[in-house]
Design a protein around this ligand. Structure first.
Ligand code: ATP
Length: 136
């Protein structure tokens, strides 16, 4: 069964939206396999965001992800990787389509697009790699 890693980022957790986000993923029909609230370590985030190392937004992104707890989940289901990304919406929450998680719950709060509520793996291979980081 295909799996994906979902993170509710610190903005989503601090706004008490974790349950709402998880409920929407379940309502679409995906199955929750693992769930935990975690204070990420810098080491975890450096692995998780390795592809972005060196980009201008990398350090602010890591700092943001360290600013509060995240909720990490594994969801399962046919085509869950692309299905969750469609449900999450595009990166910038201000312009993400209404009906998506980012489009319905997010906007620009002055921190560019870091505060976009959720992360979802971008491929089946990324999902397995990221699950190893968050659910070792
Ligand atoms: P996608 O953009 O393909 O929907 P994604 O949301 O996972 O995927 P990435 O491009 O992998 O986005 O970037 C990871 C995260 O880094 C984003 O979710 C966002 O929080 C942050 N980010 C991306 N681009 C910028 C940027 N230009 N400025 C600030 N933060 C950014």
């Amino acid at each position: 069964i295909e799996r994906t890693l979902v993170l509710v980022k610190p903005d989503g957790v601090s706004r008490n939206l974790s349950g709402a986000v998880l409920a929407r993923i379940e309502a679409k029909g995906y199955t929750l396999a693992e769930l935990k609230k975690v204070d990420a370590t810098r080491e975890q985030l450096e692995q998780h965001y390795a592809e972005h190392a060196g980009k201008p937004f990398y350090e602010p992104l890591v700092e943001f992800m360290l600013s509060g707890p995240v909720v990490a989940a594994i969801f399962e289901g046919d085509r869950v990787v692309e299905g969750f990304r469609a449900l999450a919406g595009t990166t910038d929450p201000t312009t993400a389509a209404p009906g998506t998680i980012r489009g319905d719950f997010g906007r620009d709060w002055g921190l560019k697009v870091q505060q976009n509520l959720v992360h979802g793996s971008d491929s089946v291979e990324s999902a397995e790699r990221e699950i190893g980081i968050w659910f070792a």
